[in-house]
Design a protein around this ligand. Structure first.
Ligand code: BTN
Length: 320
């Protein structure tokens, strides 16, 4: 997007829900009021609901668009050094973010798409997403950490997403290590992928998928998956979910890097785990273990009886 239009858009978003005068916009951008007016016309053609009155120009609402310059304006102040890389359609935001990380893109690079066609889930599974209705994003991080901290960073991401969704009025629960549930069905998932260099992390890609406005799921998922829309019967702009998530992660992540321990988050994470204290089954590669889910430790690992699981797939052996 042309620089002038980008700056006008950023100022309209900053002023929202208020107005900003053509004169102020002209001063901010260093161009004539006519040039500002032309930018406003183009923004309207792109679908932005810009009203004009004696007070100036204002956005009637913040639309649920995801493309770069707009998202950057809407997400301002949430996560440090955020740069949005938007694709109308892409196989997987994680695959793309990994490529960008390898090319040297900095921490704060956020890959976003309207339509993810080959989404990747944990343990080699796929991830279903609906064009225009799901939130599918991947954030590049370059934490100064040893590789052993990656599993707990993945728990921290899920917990940040839980804080975000709770703040928006959705009482989610967690399933270790990083699934989010709403009314007993999966509503969001997190997939962390990373590259190591000797004894330190080179980059981490934090992939987040949230079922936001989907109204139905394919038959094979229908009894296991839900969306925020199905919970409240009203649509929610996806950027609001993203905004809340990045603000939460932007708060927790720097502290995690400093603490180098999951300890400060154990109780918040555990209180959202309905299966703690219950009989569970953990699948770890070829092996299957059964026992009581005891606790989450300072590395984010799950203890089942005497066994410690740094990762794995857990399921309840009883109905809650
Ligand atoms: C899971 O629960 O299995 C993890 C799902 C993670 C899905 C997200 S959607 C955005 C990002 N890109 C991907 O290909 N996967 C993650």
């Amino acid at each position: 997007m042309e620089e002038l239009r980008r700056t006008v858009l950023r100022n309209l978003v900053r002023a929202f829900p208020g107005a900003i005068s053509g004169e102020t916009l002209a001063q901010e951008t260093g161009v004539s009021r006519v040039a500002v007016w032309k930018s406003i016309q183009t923004l309207r053609e792109l679908g932005f609901p810009v009203e004009s009155s004696r007070a100036g120009y204002r956005l009637r609402e913040l639309p649920d668009f995801l493309f770069g310059p707009y998202l950057e304006a809407v997400l301002e102040g949430t996560f440090p050094n955020l740069r949005v890389v938007f694709y109308p359609e892409i196989p997987s935001t994680n695959a793309e973010a990994k490529k960008l990380a390898e090319e040297g893109y900095p921490e704060g690079t956020l890959v976003v798409t309207e339509n993810q066609t080959q989404g990747r889930g944990r343990l080699g599974r796929g991830w279903f997403a609906e064009r225009g209705k799901s939130l599918t994003v991947s954030l590049v991080l370059r934490p100064k950490l040893e590789p052993r901290w990656c599993p707990s960073l993945s728990l921290l991401t899920a917990l940040s997403l839980a804080f975000a969704l709770e703040g928006l009025g959705f009482p989610v629960t967690l399933k270790w290590p990083n699934d989010l549930y709403l009314s007993g069905k999966k509503v969001a998932g997190v997939l962390l992928e990373s590259a190591m260099e000797m004894d330190r992390v080179e980059w981490v890609v934090v992939g987040v998928g949230v079922n936001v406005n989907g109204e139905s799921f394919p038959p094979e998922l229908a009894d296991r998956a839900t969306s925020l829309f199905l919970a409240k019967k009203e649509p929610l702009p996806r950027f609001q979910v993203l905004q809340a998530f990045l603000a939460a992660l932007g708060k927790e992540y720097p502290r995690f890097i400093e603490e180098k321990s999951f300890t400060p988050w154990i109780s918040a994470f555990s209180s959202r785990l309905p299966f703690l204290g219950k009989p569970v089954e953990v699948v770890l590669g070829e092996k299957v273990f059964q026992g009581i889910a005891e606790r989450i430790d300072e590395d984010g690992a799950l203890w089942v009886g005497e066994h410690r699981f740094p990762w794995g797939e857990v399921s309840l052996l009883v109905n809650l």
